[in-house]
Design a protein around this ligand. Structure first.
Ligand code: NAD
Length: 293
């Protein structure tokens, strides 16, 4: 049965490496990396994500800065806040927690983040550079970066392999496909209009699934020996759990673990890598600003 790709322990290892570098940076040039987190509204899930991100920063020695706005704040207020963070030398990364309220133009807000401080990697200039063969993005979206980092840390070769990405969102599927292509995989994207997704996916040596559908990827979708990275986070009812539900990925774990050579669990796979990559992006941004190696 498939080897379990343990995102939780890889993420811990990465956070330890970051802690070490952050403290070396402080000792050598007296700079502490800083992350600004912008939260709008009172969504419980967004509040939890923001709290977890700030806690993770603290644990590795990154300083976090807060800006919270009421649900009915204006676009101008947000733009002003981001502009201040853009020019604040103590802030190296800026994160705007999504989704924003409907009356706010998300595009306008995300485009206003300086590309040097775009630790979510959502700025069109960073995505554009990611897509160009002779260019380097300054920062890459955290979740797909974390998925690829898992392949690296497990010594799974990407070059020359057939890869299929399921999903084509701006934040996961598309950048995951671009990253695989940069590493010289031959990449196909499966999305909701794809005919015979099963047949396409069965060609792949490496599958990254980010569709947001529980049990979408069945055993029969997978070539024997393929490596499967499950990005999906979905809830399914489970009366035996205290909250009445549990979290699963896109991949039917029982079936696929019998066929794949390696597979990420949900939870404990890509999830913990996302925050680790956010910390890593913040550190990278600070190191670049101060030419610190
Ligand atoms: P999204 O809804 O924006 O995009 C989903 C994509 O999947 C779309 O491009 C759609 O075409 C495709 N898709 C949907 N149903 C499909 C089907 N039946 N067959 C083929 N393709 C299909 O979602 P997203 O923001 O990209 O997130 C995807 C999943 O990853 C969600 O479950 C989300 O919770 C999870 N996620 C996890 C992390 C993490 O940290 N692990 C981070 C972000 C998102």
């Amino acid at each position: 049965s498939a080897k379990v790709i343990d995102g939780k322990s890889v993420a811990k290892q990465i956070r330890d490496e970051i802690t070490e570098k952050v403290s070396r940076m402080k000792e050598t040039i007296n700079v502490v990396p800083g992350l600004a987190v912008v939260l709008v509204g009172e969504r419980k899930d967004s509040q939890t994500y923001v709290r977890n991100k700030k806690k993770a920063c603290e644990a590795v020695g990154i300083k976090s800065f807060d800006a919270s706005f009421p649900e009915k704040c204006t676009e101008e207020e947000l733009l002003k806040c981001i502009s201040e963070f853009n020019s604040d030398p103590l802030v190296h990364g800026i994160l705007v927690q999504l989704p924003l309220p409907r009356h706010i133009n998300e595009e306008r807000i995300l485009d206003s983040v300086s590309i040097e401080k775009d630790v979510d990697g959502f700025h069109p200039l960073n995505i554009g550079r990611l897509a160009m063969r002779d260019r380097e993005p300054l920062l890459v979206p955290c979740t797909p970066k974390g998925a690829i980092e898992l392949l690296h840390r497990y010594g799974i070769e990407i070059k020359g392999k057939r890869a299929v990405v399921i999903g084509r969102s701006n934040i996961v599927g598309t950048p995951a496909a671009l990253l695989l292509q940069r590493e010289n995989a031959s990449v196909s994207i499966v999305h909701s209009y794809t005919k015979n997704p099963e047949e396409v996916t069965r060609q792949a040596d490496i599958v990254i699934s980010a569709a947001g559908h529980a049990n979408l990827v069945r055993g029969c979708w997978i070539k024997p020996g393929a490596v499967v990275i499950d990005v999906g986070i979905n809830t399914v009812d489970d009366p035996e759990r205290p909250r009445g539900y549990r979290l699963v990925g896109d991949v039917c774990y029982e079936e696929v673990s019998k066929i794949a050579s390696a597979l990420t669990p949900v939870p404990g796979g890509v999830g913990p890598m996302t925050i680790a990559m956010l910390l890593s992006n913040t550190l990278d941004a600070a190191m670049r600003t101060h030419s610190f190696k």
